[in-house]
Design a protein around this ligand. Structure first.
Ligand code: C2E
Ligand code: MG
Ligand code: MG
Ligand code: MG
Length: 285
């Protein structure tokens, strides 16, 4: 009886393994198909000057318009893209489309918007990144100083010298590099001091209770002051209320992003949003 039991467990295990592998293969095939069929879309979330309400630029955030499953957020497929290596193709798709959008704005006389994109840790150190960015610079009429590359701080911890060199290369090409979700990983002063970055983004978990929790407020203030000391731009993510805006303004945070100003929007919606903000700013309160 014991033998029989062991065999059935073994069989179940094998079956589960096969099912898992099948699921993974299917998911990978779907993702590949999604790329081929151009099912991805960039949504844009405005970045606002905290003191004037002015629209400074946008962060491009990817979405997958799945023919059956509808709109899929990045957190549901970026991990798969990373484990299968498809992330390179996806990130390159994002980069190229961001360049196209900056070029379109330029054609409309909008030369001041910045556009931020997110690069996966896995892709950031790959030699192809630089090459691809150079090709885009040749191909599109875009000023690299409008282009911001966001990486999460865990990238920064991977291989100090290599990451530092990569950031320096990007800086030499004229791009800005920003540390995303600051405070959620291994925040180290060492890299902040030595990497040629231009910006840090305070993760929204520190912004959430900023208006009514003295500790959250203190942490945000400390990060803002640190950024100033290091001559870095600082953006607060996840601003959802006017009270958070007021608090961050008082703390001297120069740039803000969040649902209070706008959710990420597809380009057509962004166009009408911009038309409804003719002055190029959010009204101050
Ligand atoms: P992230 O770069 O930190 O982007 C900010 C996320 O917070 C976005 O989620 C955005 O929609 C959301 N958000 C913005 N304002 C608010 C707010 O006021 N409240 C709340 N609750 N959320 C807010 P999203 O678009 O789902 O993206 C999630 C993450 O996926 C991004 O975090 C980024 O790490 C990654 N991601 C997004 N697009 C790309 C991409 O094109 N390539 C790569 N490699 N990663 C991407
Ligand atoms: Mg980001
Ligand atoms: Mg972030
Ligand atoms: Mg994030």
């Amino acid at each position: 009886a014991k033998k029989k039991y062991a065999r059935s467990v073994q069989a179940r295990f094998t079956e589960d393994m096969i099912n898992m592998i099948e699921d993974d293969l299917l998911a990978e095939m779907n993702l590949r198909k999604g790329l081929d069929l151009n099912e991805f879309e960039l949504y844009y979330q405005p970045k606002i000057n905290s003191f004037t309400g002015e629209i400074i630029g946008f962060e491009a955030l990817i979405r997958w318009n799945h023919p059956e499953k509808g709109l899929i957020p990045p957190l549901n497929f970026i991990e798969l893209a990373e484990s299968t290596g498809l992330i390179m193709a996806i990130d390159e798709w994002v980069i190229e489309n961001a360049f196209k959008q900056l070029e379109k704005w330029k054609e409309c006389g909008e030369n001041n918007y910045t556009l931020s994109i997110n690069i996966s840790p896995r892709h950031f150190l790959h030699s192809r990144l630089n090459q691809f960015l150079k090709e885009c610079l040749d191909k599109y009429e875009v000023n690299p100083c409008q282009f911001v590359i966001e990486i999460t701080e865990n990238v920064a911890m991977e291989d100090f010298e290599r990451v530092k060199n990569r950031i320096a290369e990007l800086q030499n090409l004229g791009f800005s590099v920003s540390i995303d979700d600051f405070g959620t990983g291994f925040s180290a002063f060492h890299y902040l001091q030595h990497f040629p970055i231009q910006e840090i983004k305070i993760d929204r978990q520190f912004i959430r209770d900023i208006a009514n929790n003295e500790v959250s407020k203190g942490i945000a203030k400390t990060i803002i002051d640190l950024a100033k000391l290091l001559n870095l731009n600082v953006v607060s993510e996840g601003v959802e209320t006017i009270e958070q805006w007021r608090t961050l303004k008082k703390l001297g945070c120069p740039q803000l992003q969040g649902f209070y100003f706008s959710k990420p929007m597809p380009i057509t919606e962004l166009d009408s949003w911009l038309t409804s903000h003719e002055q190029g700013r959010i009204p101050l309160h």
